[in-house]
Design a protein around this ligand. Structure first.
Ligand code: AQP
Length: 332
């Protein structure tokens, strides 16, 4: 089986609809076809300040949500990044292969550091894409399910894998991004020209999956559309309606074409009311499943312990090969 690897930050508490449709749904799908490794990336979380107690709670909460969304520990390996020290170790190696200018071109860093203010931006935030390179290469991943915003980081991973292999001999699998065209970028409900994002979106623009369902329903109903009334998928011309159609179509498995037909001659209000209901039906069981995992921390921790053990076996082997190729003297 080909390998898949991806990670998600525990920082916001609740995942948002963009995380789910852009990434987590693909994690669930790929566990059927791939030897899949998924992790909660707590090392990435500390690139911005974190309260220790909150970080610990949010890490468990993130794992609980991934299980609630459909990850099955019998079908995939779910673990916490800091439980596998090889990530930081290979991360250092990758830092030493990356050009400063090359790292400076990462647009996510530019966006995020602009948001935090340059005096509060850490070196960790600058180098986090390089840690991500190590995350992926440690598992010899073929496929990396992510949203569109992560494409550049997977490209960097490919470049560094090629560079290492070229310099030291074949060691790493060169991975490809797995980005679903339709849902690779879910947009903010209030400003459908920007992506839905935990740090850039306003509360009204962001659907947090663990919010009260009626809060999410209200946000759908007050989503920004345009002044016309025709329900048609046209991302350039009608970004708001098109975003709602994408969300509706993905959550229900109805094609966008069928939805356009269903709402022909009806106003935006009808579409939003129905989508609000679809959303409530989706988040209600998701919230209760998440709570069930949180109520049983022993089961959750044991899933994560087994996951870390499996992940570590793979990561340690890859790291040992890389260390050997580099010329590090083996510890006796
Ligand atoms: N709006 C989105 N549409 C599609 N996919 C998205 N992802 C994030 N936003 C969207 C994907 O979710 C995965 C996990 O993201 P992350 O934990 O790395 O967090 P992030 O990218 O930092 O998420 P945010 O909300 O976008 O955070 P900020 O505001 O800090 O930048 C990734 O695969 C991502 O592509």
């Amino acid at each position: 089986r080909p390998r898949a690897l991806s990670g998600i930050q525990p920082t916001a508490g609740s995942f948002h609809l963009g995380n789910y449709l852009g990434a987590i749904r693909q994690y669930v799908a790929l566990q059927e076809t791939h030897d899949a490794f998924y992790m909660v990336v707590d090392l990435h979380a500390i690139t911005v300040p974190q309260d220790p107690a909150e970080l610990r709670a949010n890490t468990r909460l993130a794992a609980a949500q991934l299980l609630a969304a459909g990850l099955d520990p019998a079908r995939c390996t779910l673990f916490i990044q800091s439980h596998v020290p090889e990530h930081a170790q290979l991360g250092w190696v990758m830092n030493c292969l990356t050009g400063f200018g090359e790292a400076s071109r990462m647009t996510q860093f530019k966006d995020k550091s602009a948001r935090h203010g340059s005096d509060r931006t850490t070196v960790g935030l600058f180098t986090y894409p390089i840690l991500q390179v190590a995350d992926i290469l440690l598992y010899q991943a073929n496929s990396v399910p992510v949203g569109e915003d992560q494409r550049q980081h997977v490209e960097l991973t490919r470049d560094l894998a090629d560079r290492f292999n070229g310099r030291f001999g074949q060691t790493f699998t060169v991975p490809a991004p797995h980005i679903v065209k339709e849902t690779g970028k879910i947009y903010d409900l209030q400003d459908p020209t920007i992506k839905m994002s935990k740090s850039a979106s306003t509360p009204k623009g962001l659907i947090s999956l663990l919010d009260e369902p009626k809060v999410s329903a209200k946000k759908i109903k007050s989503a920004v559309t345009d002044t016309a009334t025709v329900i048609r998928y046209a991302p350039e011309e009608k970004p708001g309606v098109s975003n709602l159609l994408t969300i509706y179509s993905t959550l229900t498995g109805t094609s966008v074409g069928e939805l356009e037909q269903k709402y022909e001659g009806k106003g935006y209000g009808a579409l939003k009311t129905d989508l609000a209901e679809v959303m409530v039906e989706w988040v209600t069981p998701f919230r209760s499943r998440t709570q069930e995992y949180l109520d049983d921390p022993e089961t959750l921790d044991s899933i994560l312990a087994k996951g870390a053990e499996k992940a570590r076996a793979v990561a340690a082997e890859t790291l040992a090969q890389a260390y050997d190729k580099i010329g590090f003297l083996p510890a006796k």
